[in-house]
Design a protein around this ligand. Structure first.
Ligand code: NAG
Ligand code: NAG
Ligand code: NAG
Ligand code: NAG
Ligand code: NAG
Ligand code: NAG
Ligand code: NAG
Ligand code: NAG
Length: 333
């Protein structure tokens, strides 16, 4: 029962290159025959000439209306790679090597207006371009950003152009819920104390394990206190939750002692009616840290769009807490 929770925060479409209805043909039984790609996601095609994988995205997701006067930034990745990963485009580099290849000139724009601009050294990641939220209207629909880059580092003076898109969440302050922000500079989650009694946003190190509910948590509220005393910060109750009275009591006790909740919908995440009911009943809990949808959907080969369908629905119903899942296949990048 004591399994480490390794939560992969689900961004947008991570698996654009996989087209079969199974994700990676992961077998659970030793006696099953190996079917390509045998539990690995496919390795991208090698490219002899260098490619620039330009990527951009906000440093914090989401920004809130109350952050209007706080520093904000767009993160730029300018990776130079030899694999045809998503969005990578050929770049012609000077022969003297990457260390002297200079930088790209990046412009981040929103509806045609420049939001941020700066030079980004080639082959850096998470390079910060500051911008201001002033003048933008907080709204639940994410803003669409365009990040364009030009490179004129080669002697033939012909500048090369690159472009990509990203979304920026700048949303109204919550009226009756907590907020978990993702800090994409570090990967940290930022939240106020789980007690709901107020306090500043601070990094949360989610430390917990898959905790059986029926027949365990449901039977003895003191287990919550014991887990708190042992230094855990999160409880991830594994469904089913047969006794909803007991479930509410456990969540109340978690809040009292300051334990965050990772709310798991592994058996129901493909039933969007059920997801709607569950999200609406839990989303105002002050100690909700994050949602959890699929448990190893790639191993069991759930439909490829099942996790993104659930992700989109949860964002439309809540929008203040990230959506997580756990993968099983091996990822090569
Ligand atoms: C494979 O092994 C499992 C577990 O031992 C067993 O239940 C199953 O029948 C086996 N399948 C085949 C095709 O032999
Ligand atoms: C870019 O940086 C990565 C490490 O961050 C390195 O592995 C890679 O070799 C660099 N690319 C080139 C073309 O030098
Ligand atoms: C961003 O683009 C998507 C997809 O094209 C669109 O549905 C959405 O309305 C756009 N968002 C805004 C704020 O314009
Ligand atoms: C309830 O759990 C606490 C903490 O694990 C334990 O000390 C106590 O003995 C349990 N009570 C019962 C009735 O099992
Ligand atoms: C459900 O949980 C409550 C609170 O712990 C308890 O009083 C009740 O007996 C439980 N119901 C069943 C059917 O076990
Ligand atoms: C989906 O969830 C709804 C609401 O909980 C439930 O009534 C329905 O039976 C579920 N459908 C399936 C196919 O399990
Ligand atoms: C605010 O959230 C609490 C749960 O923490 C809930 O009981 C209450 O109904 C919510 N109030 C409104 C106005 O939605
Ligand atoms: C993706 O999900 C939708 C449900 O929203 C379903 O109707 C559709 O058939 C799925 N598409 C594919 C390609 O599996």
């Amino acid at each position: 029962m004591v399994l480490l929770t390794l939560a992969a925060l689900l961004g947008t479409h991570l698996f654009g290159g996989v087209s079969a209805q199974t994700w990676c043909n992961k077998n659970y039984m030793a006696n099953q025959s190996i079917v390509p790609p045998g539990g690995n996601f496919p390795i991208p095609t090698y490219s002899h000439s260098p490619l620039l994988a330009l990527r951009c995205g906000p440093a914090i997701k989401p920004y809130l209306a109350e952050d209007v006067h706080s520093p904000a930034a767009i993160l730029i990745d300018a990776l130079v790679v030899n694999y045809e990963i998503t969005g990578a485009a050929p770049i012609s580099l000077p022969s003297r090597g990457l260390s002297q290849a200079g930088s790209i000139d990046v412009t981040v724009s929103l509806d045609g207006k420049t939001l941020a601009r700066g030079d980004v050294p080639l082959n850096t990641t998470a390079f910060e371009l500051p911008f201001s939220l002033e003048g933008l209207t907080p709204q639940m629909t994410p803003y669409n950003l365009t990040c364009s880059a030009t490179y004129s580092g080669t002697s033939d003076a012909k500048s090369q152009s690159f472009s990509t898109t990203a979304s920026l969440s700048y949303i109204p302050n919550p009226t009756n819920s907590s907020v978990t922000k993702m800090d994409l500079r570090t990967g940290a989650l930022l939240a106020k104390p789980a007690t709901g009694l107020g306090g500043e946003y601070a990094p949360v190190f989610p430390m917990g394990f898959y905790t059986t509910f029926d027949g365990y948590l449901s039977t003895n509220l003191s287990i919550v206190n014991e887990l708190k005393e042992q230094g855990f910060t999160v409880i991830h109750p594994v469904p089913t939750f047969d006794n909803m009275t007991a479930f509410e009591e456990v969540l109340d006790r978690m809040q009292e002692v300051g334990m965050y909740l990772m709310y798991d919908m592994r058996f129901t995440y493909m039933n969007l009616t059920s997801v709607t009911e569950q999200v609406n009943s839990i989303k105002n809990r002050p100690n909700l840290l994050l949602w959890y949808t699929a448990d190893e959907p790639d191993g069991t080969s759930d439909p490829l769009n099942a996790t993104s369908n659930a992700y989109d629905l949860i964002y439309s119903l809540d929008g203040y807490h990230p959506v997580s899942l756990v993968l099983n296949c091996q990822v090569c990048r």
